[in-house]
Design a protein. Structure first.
Length: 127
C-alpha cells in the first residue's frame, strides 16, 4: 500500500490528555458548555496529527485539544477528530500495524492538527 500521508509518522506510546465538546460542532452554544475530558496513549504521531488509543468514544469533526509531553517539551495542540472507531476486530490497515501491541483501550481517535507542529526527532518521543 502506497503511503499518502503528507508528513512522516513516528510510532510511540506517549500518554495524552484531551478535551473536546460533544454534540453538533456547528452549534455556537457549545462554546459555553463544559468540555468532555479524556485520556489515552498516542500510538503514532506526525507533524500533522496523531493516532490515539483511548476508552473515549465520540464522533468525527469535533474540535479537540490534546496535551502531552515529550522528552523535550510539553505540547497543547488544537485539532479536529477526523476518524474514530473501535480497536477490536477492525480490519483497517492502520490498526493492523498496532496488532502486536497489547492495547487495553477499546477505541481510537485520529486527530489532524489545526496547524502542523514543529519537527521533532524520533528520540524525542521514544519511551
Amino acid at each position: 500500500m502506497q503511503e499518502k500521508r503528507e508528513y512522516q509518522r513516528y510510532s510511540c506510546l506517549l500518554k495524552v490528555k484531551f478535551q473536546y465538546h460533544d454534540g453538533d460542532p456547528e452549534n455556537p452554544e457549545l462554546i459555553h458548555t463544559r468540555p468532555v475530558k479524556g485520556k489515552g496513549r498516542i500510538l503514532d504521531i506526525s507533524k500533522g496529527g496523531l493516532f490515539v488509543a483511548s476508552h473515549t468514544k465520540t464522533g468525527i469533526n469535533r474540535s479537540i485539544t490534546v496535551l502531552f509531553k515529550t522528552r523535550e517539551r510539553i505540547l497543547s495542540i488544537p485539532g479536529t477528530i477526523v476518524r474514530t472507531g473501535l480497536m477490536k476486530n477492525n480490519p483497517s490497515e492502520v490498526l493492523k500495524k498496532f496488532a502486536e501491541l497489547k492495547i487495553r483501550e477499546d477505541a481510537y481517535l485520529a486527530i489532524r492538527f489545526d496547524i502542523p507542529i514543529e519537527e521533532f526527532s524520533s528520540d524525542e518521543i521514544a519511551e
